[in-house]
Design a protein around this ligand. Structure first.
Ligand SMILES: Nc1ncnc2c1ncn2[C@@H]1O[C@H](COP(=O)(O)OP(=O)(O)OP(=O)(O)O)[C@@H](O)[C@H]1O
Ligand SMILES: [Mg+2]
Length: 263
């Protein structure tokens, strides 16, 4: 019988994680600690190193120094596919949406990819039915049940993103990474996707880069502020939004989101 390792409250940890590009330090000795079950936001002015940090976590980039631990296991040397198999899934990257296929077919492919079954392999009616049931349940979760038969290309932008979240969910992520999930959306879609993230975060962990402070203040359990590659502050929204260094860092950029959140 396999024995389960004791579950720590930390799902993800980085230790002195560093990325240099030709002498320029984009991520500078970052110690990140993400609690299991949290929605954890990574914020900071433009160029702070947020996306680079994400790219290190998902192995799109190799760190110059430092380490990454997932569930207490050092995954610094692992490849993107290995990380994905462990349940670290990044949305809007791994889960591409096929525009010419229907919404339902897209989610079904996500499920088949996860179970390792080729799309072209006929599994018999029973197998497909089960797959369809699961796909429909995922569509229900992201409010796309009524759009199941539409071509993905015909979905409005905000609902396309909901579909991307559904295809990510098909891979049963334990830790879901979202890089600016509300980027480019009108406020109605922003509210929808915010509620959606909150819903899909049930029973899993979400680490998200987000510029919209209203989104962060409404769903983030914990926030890490990066500036010039380093951690500037950490805490809940109330703590971080009043932090003098954070206010200064945002003032020094062209960003006004921090003030915008109070309006
Ligand atoms: N491949 C690269 N080569 C050289 N420099 C890079 C590379 N990728 C990122 N950088 C630099 O590293 C810094 C951090 O970039 P990064 O994209 O991580 O910032 P960010 O916090 O995601 O910013 P934004 O809010 O604009 O998305 C920037 O100064 C950027 O120019
Ligand atoms: Mg970025």
């Amino acid at each position: 019988m396999p024995t389960l390792a004791p579950m720590s409250t930390l799902i993800l940890e980085t230790r002195k994680l560093t990325k240099e590009f030709k002498g320029f330090t984009a991520v500078d000795a970052v110690d990140l600690q993400v609690q299991r079950g949290h929605i954890h936001a990574l914020i900071g002015p433009n160029g702070a190193g947020k996306t680079t940090c994400f790219n290190l976590l998902t192995k799109f980039l190799i760190p110059t120094r430092g380490s990454i631990l997932f569930n207490g296991i050092d995954i610094t040397g692992e490849k993107p596919a290995q990380i994905a198999r462990r349940g670290v899934i990044r949305s809007f990257q791994i889960s591409a949406v096929f525009p010419h296929l229907t919404v339902l077919e897209n989610v079904r492919i996500g499920l088949q990819r996860f179970t390792g079954t080729s799309y072209h392999f006929w599994r018999g009616l029973t197998g497909l039915k089960t797959l369809d049931d699961r796909a429909l349940a995922l569509l229900e979760l992201v409010d796309l049940r009524d759009a199941a038969g539409l071509r993905a290309a015909d979905l409005p932008y905000g609902r396309k993103r909901a579909l991307e979240i559904a295809t990510t969910m098909a891979m049963e992520p334990e830790l879901m990474l979202l890089d600016e999930p509300t980027q480019g959306m009108g406020h109605e879609d922003v509210d929808r996707v915010t509620a959606l993230i909150k819903r899909v975060a049930q029973g899993r962990t979400v680490l998200m880069v987000e510029h919209n402070m209203k989104v962060i203040s409404s769903i983030a359990d914990r926030i890490t502020v990066l500036a010039r590659g380093a951690v500037l502050a950490e805490g809940d929204y109330a703590t971080v939004s009043r932090h003098p260094a954070v206010l200064e860092a945002y003032m020094g950029s062209d960003s006004t989101e921090l003030q915008g959140a109070h309006g």
